[in-house]
Design a binder for this molecule. Structure first.
Ligand code: UD1
Ligand code: CA
Length: 453
C-alpha cells in the first residue's frame, strides 16, 4: 500500500502558563504567530494535508489564519493532547491518509528538513509509533523519556517519580510524532485520563503501542533547538531569539551587510538583496522587500514595505505598508504610513508623515509636514510645515498637486483642493479653493507695520 502522509497540529490549548487570555499559538515571534511557523514547516512537508486542532478561543485563530479555512478541527473541550488527536481522527481517515505527523502547535522552531529526516527514519524502521526526543539540561515540564528493558515510554513531568521510573536522563519528548494510522488509531480509544492532570495524553500511545507489540521508535536529536516547546513568556522570547539569530545569519550568509547584528530583528518573509546595508537596532517585519544598493540606518521600523534600489533610509524612520522607489531618500525621523508611495528620486525629510499619499518623481517634502490622501506630482517642492487638512471630522478628502508646483512653508491645504502644475503658493497660506496651473496663490493676512504703543 502506498503511503499517504498528512499532518495534525495540536493548537487547541489555552496555554495557561503564558498567563494571557489569547490562544498561545497566536503569541508572536518576530511579529508572526507561532502557529504560522509550524504551518509553514508542515506545508513544506505535507502540502495541503495539514489539519489544525483548535479549541480555546478558536474564532481568534480562525480569523488570524483565513488561508487555513476548511482545515480546522474543533476540540470543544480541551481534554488533553491524546483527546485532541482523537478528535481529528475521523477527518484523517476520511482524507485517506495512511500516516500522520503530529506536531504541537507551540514548537515554532521546527524545520521542514528536520521533520523530513524524522519521517525518513520512521519509515526506514517501519515504525507504527515514532517520536522525536531531545536532550535538555533541565527537563522542566517536558515529558520524560524512560527507556527500560521492556521498551520505551514517555512519563509526563507531573507523573514522573524517580523511585519508580529511574533517574531522570535529560532526554525528553519533543512533542512530534509519526503514527501509522491503521495500527495506532485503535489505541486512541484505550487512552485513560487516570493521571495527575486528569488528561488524555498522546504520549501514552508509546507505552500502549509497546504493549500491543507494535514497533516503536524514539528518534533522538541530541540538543537540536528546533524542537523546543513554548509554554511561558520566558520560553517565548528565548525561542524568538533563536529564530532571530537564524534569520539574521541567513541574510548575512546571503550577502546582506548587517551591522550591530545582535539588535537587528528581521521577520521570516523579508526579501533583502545582497549588498544591502542594515544597521541595528532595527526591526523589519512582514513581507518587506529591499533592493540592491539600499541602506537602512539604525532605529528604523519597517513593516510590509517595498524599497527600490539605491535608497537611503536614515535613522529613526518608521515605514508601514509603504513603497519607496529607486533613488529616494527618507528621514531621519520620517513616518510613512500605509499607502505612502515615494516615486523614484523623491525625498522626505525629518518629521514628515505621509499616509495614502504619492510623492511623484523627484518631489521633496523636507521638513515637518503631513501629507494624507494626496497625489503630488513630479518635482513638487513642499515647504516646511505644510499640512494637508484631509479630514473634516466626518470624511477624508483628497489634495492634488500638479507637477512642478511650489508650496510655500507653513501652508494649510484644505481638502478637497487641487493645486495646478507649476503653481506657486505663498508661505503661510490657508488654501481653500483650487489654484489653476501656473498661478500664484496667497491666502494669508497682510502684514502691517505700525508704531509701537
Ligand atoms: C507536551 C507533551 C510532553 C512534551 C511537550 C513538548 C503531552 C501530554 N505532553 O507537554 O510530553 O515533552 O509537549 O513540548 O502531550 N493541546 C490541544 N488540546 C488539548 C491539550 C493541548 O490541542 O486538550 C495542544 C496545545 O495547544 C499545545 C500542544 O497541544 O500546542 C501541547 O500541549 P501542552 O499543554 O503545551 O503540552 P506540554 O505540557 O508542553
Ligand atoms: Ca507545550
Amino acid at each position: 500500500m502506498t503511503k499517504r502522509i498528512g499532518a495534525v497540529v495540536l493548537a487547541a490549548g489555552k496555554g495557561t502558563r503564558m498567563q494571557s487570555d489569547a490562544p498561545k499559538v497566536l503569541k508572536t515571534l518576530l511579529d508572526q504567530p507561532m502557529l504560522w511557523y509550524v504551518e509553514r514547516a508542515l506545508g513544506q512537508v505535507c502540502g495541503q494535508d495539514v489539519l489544525t486542532v483548535i479549541g480555546h478561543r478558536a474564532g481568534m485563530v480562525e480569523a488570524a489564519f483565513p488561508e487555513l479555512a476548511g482545515r480546522f478541527v474543533h476540540q470543544t473541550e480541551q481534554l488533553g493532547t491524546g483527546h485532541a488527536l482523537a478528535v481529528a481522527l475521523p477527518a484523517l481517515t476520511a482524507a485517506g491518509l495512511t500516516h500522520v505527523l503530529v506536531v504541537n502547535g507551540d514548537a515554532p522552531l521546527v524545520t521542514p528538513e528536520s521533520l523530513g529526516e524524522f519521517i525518513a527514519a520512521a519509515a526506514a524502521a517501519a515504525a507504527d509509533v515514532a517520536f522525536v526526543t531531545i536532550d535538555v539540561p533541565e527537563a522542566g515540564a517536558y515529558g520524560r523519556v524512560v527507556r527500560a528493558a521492556d521498551g520505551v515510554r514517555i512519563v509526563e513531568a507531573k507523573d514522573f517519580d524517580a523511585a519508580r521510573h529511574g533517574p531522570a536522563t535529560g532526554e525528553i519528548n519533543a512533542g512530534v510524532y509519526f503514527l501509522r494510522l491503521e495500527t495506532v488509531a485503535p489505541l486512541l480509544g484505550k487512552l485513560s485520563n487516570d493521571n495527575k492532570s486528569g488528561e488524555y495524553y498522546i504520549t501514552d500511545l508509546v507505552a500502549l503501542a509497546g504493549l500491543a507489540g507494535l514497533s516503536v521508535l524514539a528518534v533522538n536529536r541530541g540538543r537540536d533547538e528546533a524542537y523546543l516547546g513554548i509554554n511561558s513568556p520566558r520560553e517565548l522570547v528565548a525561542a524568538e531569539e533563536i529564530m532571530r539569530r537564524r534569520l539574521v545569519d541567513a541574510h548575512l550568509d546571503a550577502g546582506v551587510v548587517i551591522r550591530a547584528a545582535d539588535s537587528v530583528r528581521i521577520g521570516a518573509e523579508a526579501v533583502i538583496a545582497p549588498g544591502v546595508e542594515l544597521c541595528g537596532p532595527l526591526e523589519l517585519y512582514g513581507a518587506c522587500r529591499i533592493a540592491a544598493g539600499t541602506t537602512v540606518a539604525s532605529h528604523c521600523l519597517l513593516r510590509e514595505t517595498v524599497i527600490g534600489e539605491n535608497v537611503v533610509i536614515q535613522a529613526f524612520s518608521h515605514l508601514e505598508k509603504a513603497r519607496v522607489d529607486a533613488g529616494c531618500q527618507v528621514g531621519p525621523y520620517a513616518r510613512l504610513r500605509p499607502g505612502a508611495v515615494l516615486e523614484h528620486d523623491a525625498r522626505v525629510g525629518n518629521f514628515v508623515e505621509m499616509k495614502k499619499a504619492v510623492l511623484g518623481p523627484g518631489a521633496k517634502a523636507g521638513h515637518l509636514t503631513y501629507l494624507g490622501d494626496a497625489a503630488i506630482g513630479a518635482g513638487v517642492n513642499i515647504g516646511a510645515g505644510t499640512i494637508t487638512c484631509n479630514y473634516d471630522g466626518v470624511h477624508k478628502h483628497r489634495t492634488v498637486i500638479g507637477e512642478g508646483a511650489f508650496i510655500g512653508s507653513n501652508t494649510a491645504l484644505v481638502a478637497p483642493v487641487t493645486i495646478g502644475r507649476q503653481a506657486l503658493v505663498g508661505a503661510g497660506s490657508v488654501i481653500t479653493s483650487d489654484v489653476p496651473d501656473g498661478m500664484l496663490a496667497l491666502g494669508r493676512g497682510r502684514q502691517v507695520i505700525k508704531p509701537r504703543s
